[in-house]
Design a protein around this ligand. Structure first.
Ligand code: C2E
Ligand code: MG
Ligand code: MG
Ligand code: MG
Length: 284
């Protein structure tokens, strides 16, 4: 039982919270209410040019400002959201909030034009017939330019590339949106599928970056993804960089962009804005 498992992982206090008070249905409706009542917050984790540390993009990462339990990371509710379908309104909420925030930076900080925004899309969202109209409506509403947006999909989406999925992803590309494969290397994306999908970016999963210095297999996977990116003309982003050695190893492999605590943690909106201002205001 997922709730019990999550509860055990989270420790004793939360065990009681889950087992005594809440079943899955109740937790789902609590989450849906949280979305409707704007209890969610978007944090932004910078992605930088590895060689210079310059800010290139920010990734929107959702948090839940829970009235009782405090600030919760997606690890504590995204799986439930995905299983119940609550991730569809949640994902739209995150896209709207992130685009609105980043559009504000673009207006207020003239040099911030080149900054990209990345937002995660869950498999359930990709499966929605109205995905493209929803995304388009949010871009229109917020004024965020489609060609500055990257949507991150998971490898599982690539594993079942039915024609409808492919045409939806192609429609997003036709709007000028970039498409990234997140956590790349952890699943089993068939290379033949990858080549047929309108994907423009691969994000090397943190598990491989973590092992890059002392695990030859992890290192090989990083190298392979960088080469794959070159072969398929896709950008490659390394995620979860925690040390200077990892950054150096990635630079030596030809990886250009990276994300990780070594550079920046996910930042609340005001701190993200301040960083964008500090990096781009001088360029105007
Ligand atoms: P992700 O999209 O792969 O995001 C990267 C995760 O790794 C983030 O965790 C980030 O805080 C963490 N991270 C970044 N750099 C480092 C590092 O150097 N070391 C370590 N140990 N961790 C690092 P977070 O924010 O907890 O998000 C976890 C996952 O939840 C995300 O993985 C993504 O799959 C999912 N997620 C987050 N926001 C959303 C959302 O709005 N919609 C959907 N569908 N999924 C989301
Ligand atoms: Mg991501
Ligand atoms: Mg990732
Ligand atoms: Mg990851």
């Amino acid at each position: 039982d997922t709730a019990l498992y999550a509860a055990k992982r989270a420790g004793r206090g939360r065990f009681e919270y889950y087992s005594d008070v809440m079943d899955t249905k109740a937790r789902e409706s609590e989450l849906r209410r949280a979305v409707a009542q704007d209890e969610l917050v978007v944090y932004f984790q910078p992605a930088v040019a590895l060689a210079t540390g310059e800010l290139r993009a920010v990734e929107a990462l959702v948090r839940w400002n829970h009235p009782v339990r405090g600030l919760l990371g997606p690890g504590e509710f995204i799986e439930l959201a995905e299983e119940t379908g609550a991730v569809v309104p949640l994902g739209a909420w995150v896209l709207r909030a992130a685009c609105r925030e980043a559009a504000g930076w673009r207006t207020g900080i003239p040099g911030a034009g080149p900054l990209r925004l990345a937002v995660n899309l869950s498999p359930k969202q990709v499966a929605q017939a109205d995905l493209v109209t929803t995304v388009e409506a949010i871009l229109t509403e917020t004024g965020f330019p489609p060609d500055r947006l990257t949507l991150e999909i998971t490898e599982s989406v690539i594993l079942q590339p039915d024609p409808l999925t492919i045409s939806r992803l192609q429609a997003l590309r036709d709007l000028g949106i970039q498409l990234a494969v997140d956590d790349f290397g952890t699943g089993y994306s068939a290379l033949s599928y990858l080549r047929r999908l309108p994907v423009t970016m691969l994000k090397i999963d943190r598990s491989f970056v973590t092992g890059i210095a002392d695990d030859p297999e992890a290192r090989s996977v990083c190298e392979a993804v960088v080469h794959l990116g070159e072969a398929f003309k896709m950008n490659v982003v390394a995620e979860g960089i925690e040390t200077a050695d990892q950054a150096t190893a990635l630079i030596d492999m030809g990886c250009v962009i990276g994300q990780g605590f070594f550079f920046h943690r996910p930042l609340p909106p005001d701190e993200a804005r301040a960083l964008v201002k500090q990096q781009f205001a001088a360029l105007t």
